[in-house]
Write a protein that binds this ligand. Structure first.
Ligand SMILES: *Cc1c(COP(=O)(O)O)cnc(C)c1O
Length: 417
């Protein structure tokens, strides 16, 4: 093994022996990433879907700066602080229905772990034993920690690598068709004594390949959960905060889940923060004179004040700047820019919803070659598997967005698939 720059860093989802060295970023601004060699890339990903307001928004910078001077962190056990109180109140007001009880953590995966724990303990606290599994959907992605991973697509989620270590969950297709609805109904009946909850990514299965389903499908999932008396967990970690064109994807189907997970764009792409939000009904199962009925979870950096300040500032921007209108304008522009690829050689599907555009390729592309072609053309686009997608900042300029779709058309049109 020869020493290379960065050898001490173990990189995400990376075969360290084979991967090309990463590019070094030195600065970001708006929808641009500046590299150490001076090149500037137009960002088509918004840093894994987090930077909804673009990078370095002055309002968020100022809020975090002020909080840094005041109190960067304080433990949350036995103490509280205004940034967290304010954020929880605002999230409860924004979310539909009785989603009123906010538990803060520091990453999406942990928010999902907490949701799973809440669902399992919800039953135990009510004296019901044996309900320890969740029903999840094929194509889904819920995170990389063990519990969250157990609810990811069983093939894409690499369950076979971890074998018996992972809890065995129940998997179904999303009920897009009547037969799938019948199969879901049947699975809910068959497993009725062992299921604690159903977990779904509303409208878009993100990391699973930007797979989209109509609001009616989501409404069907919610209806079947009600009928079977099962809590529904909506994982809005990707879809939350305007990505699909409304503040939350659940609103598009008019449903209210029992537990909802948020992270990614919660702080506008600046700090690590996540939230698991429960309805009053779920919360009430933990409200008791019995200390053992408490939710036994509490990350060290829970409700970090800097992150809460960033999230409050991000919510300010949703109030003062036209983010949802921008998401809807991006939808039109993405459609115009990507739709011409429908029917092109090697393209099997083009999907657009809100500020998400995806081009599904027919075969497995040479991902490394594809990624470097995008960089050569001055854009930051990171396909996964056979899907090339754009999830830009909601503030991206028309010209930058057009450049992104132009390059996607150019690179895919050159037969890179
Ligand atoms: C990214 C993501 C997660 C995991 O969040 P992390 O912060 O990476 O742990 C979970 N669910 C969905 C839908 C996601 O997109």
């Amino acid at each position: 093994m020869t020493e290379r720059r960065g050898d001490h860093l173990w990189r995400p989802y990376t075969q360290m022996k084979l991967a090309a060295p990463p590019l070094e970023a030195v600065a970001t601004l708006g929808s641009r990433i500046t590299l150490a060699d001076g090149r500037e890339l137009i960002d088509g990903i918004a840093s894994w879907w987090t930077a909804v307001h673009g990078y370095n928004h002055p309002h968020i910078r100022e809020a975090v700066g002020n909080q840094l001077g005041q109190m960067p962190h304080v433990m949350f056990g036995g103490l509280t602080h205004a940034p967290a109180e304010r954020l929880a109140t605002r999230l409860a007001a924004l979310l539909p229905g009785e989603l009123n009880h906010v538990f803060f953590t520091d990453s999406g995966s942990v928010a999902v772990e907490v949701a799973l724990k809440m669902a399992v303990q919800f039953w135990l606290n009510r004296g019901v034993q044996g309900r320890t599994r969740v029903l999840a959907f094929r194509g889904g992605y819920h995170g990389d920690t063990m519990g969250a991973m157990s609810a990811c697509d069983p093939v894409e989620g690499m369950h076979h690598r971890f074998g018996a270590y992972l809890p065995a969950q129940v998997f179904c297709e999303l009920p897009r068709m009547p037969e799938q609805e019948a199969a879901l109904d049947k699975a809910l009946t068959t497993h009725r004594r062992e299921l604690a909850a159903v977990i779904v990514e509303p409208l878009v299965q993100g990391a699973g390949g930007m797979l989209m389903h109509p609001p009616e499908t989501l409404a069907t999932v919610a209806r079947l959960c009600r009928r079977h008396g099962l809590p529904l967990i909506a994982d809005e970690i990707f879809t939350g905060f305007g990505r699909t064109g409304m503040m939350f994807a659940c609103e598009q189907a008019g449903i209210v889940p029992d537990i909802l997970c948020l992270s990614k764009a919660l702080t506008g792409g600046t700090m690590a923060l996540a939230a698991t939000v429960a309805t009053t009904e779920i919360f009430t199962a933990f409200w008791s004179d019995d200390p053992a009925h408490a939710l036994m979870h509490g990350p060290t950096f829970m409700a970090n004040p800097l992150a809460c300040a960033a999230a409050n500032a991000s919510l300010d921007l949703f109030e003062t700047e036209p983010r949802l209108a921008q998401a809807n304008a991006i939808e039109k522009r993405l459609t115009k820019g990507l739709e011409p690829l429908r029917g092109a050689a090697g393209v099997v599907d083009v999907r657009v919803l809100g500020a998400i555009g995806a081009v599904q390729l027919g075969g497995m592309p040479n991902l490394a070659a594809l990624k470097s072609r995008f960089v050569e053309h001055g854009v930051w686009v990171r396909p996964f598997g056979d899907v090339v997608y754009l999830t830009p900042a909601l503030t991206i300029s028309d010209s930058d967005l057009d450049r992104l779709t132009d390059v996607v058309r150019l690179v895919i049109g050159k037969g890179m698939a």
